[in-house]
Design a protein around this ligand. Structure first.
Ligand code: HEM
Length: 180
């Protein structure tokens, strides 16, 4: 098994992080999408109830993913040259920025809120008596909205992989999912 990235394909660590974050982010959208469509009921409440702890896990996975990407930047598959390559690099940069910003904003809100935050029963932020308004309002304004922007970008990301596979046949998916 290839642990580290190479110019030809991603290694096991990058792949594990990519697919774990992908599945967990889809879980977040599934829950929030159900809430949007059906409102809160017992069934939807199960998904909404997992949103904060799962988001906390995503936050740490993405932090590790960014550090791993920086450490591996000289040995990863590159985007090539030209306008399309620049667009792909910019799109990936935006995906990373949103994957960091969205849970960070929510954690800022949990820190500044009065309820405290204890994912999986471990207290990360204690309850406080007075809310820190700038922290809670920033996430109130941006967390959900940026979340939906990320959802649109992910649809675009998947569509571009389909274009690579269907029309350009350049083995892009293989770098993140294939055996060779
Ligand atoms: C990458 C990770 C995350 C994604 C993609 C995400 C996405 C979303 C989306 C799309 C919404 C729905 C906004 C709407 O109602 O229109 C939402 C709501 C919310 N998010 Fe997140 N989120 C993430 C992480 C977190 C984290 C880490 C926390 C808390 C620490 C959190 C707390 C909340 C809360 C409290 C709501 C309101 C839900 C409710 O109405 O009960 N999220 N999120």
């Amino acid at each position: 098994m290839q642990i580290f990235d190479s110019s030809d394909r991603y290694g096991a660590v990058s792949r594990g992080l990519h697919w774990a974050v992908a599945v967990l982010i889809l879980w977040q959208f599934l829950g929030m999408g159900l809430k949007l469509i059906f409102g809160r009921n017992d069934f939807v409440g199960f998904f909404v109830g997992t949103h904060q702890p799962v988001g906390f896990v995503i936050f740490w996975l993405v932090v590790f993913r960014v550090l791993w990407a920086l450490a591996s930047r000289k040995r990863r598959p590159d985007h090539g040259t030209g306008m399309l390559a620049k667009a792909a690099a910019a799109g990936h940069g935006l995906l990373y920025a949103l994957m960091i910003a969205i849970p960070t904003l929510a954690l800022l809100r949990a820190w500044g809120g009065t309820r405290g935050f204890a994912p999986f029963g471990f207290e990360v932020f204690a309850p406080r008596e007075v809310e820190i308004a700038w922290a809670t309002s920033l996430a109130g304004l941006l967390h959900g909205e940026l979340g939906w922007v990320l959802a649109v970008l992910i649809v675009g990301h998947i569509a571009m992989v389909a274009v690579h596979e269907r029309f350009w046949r350049d083995g892009t998916l293989r770098k993140m999912a294939g055996r060779r």
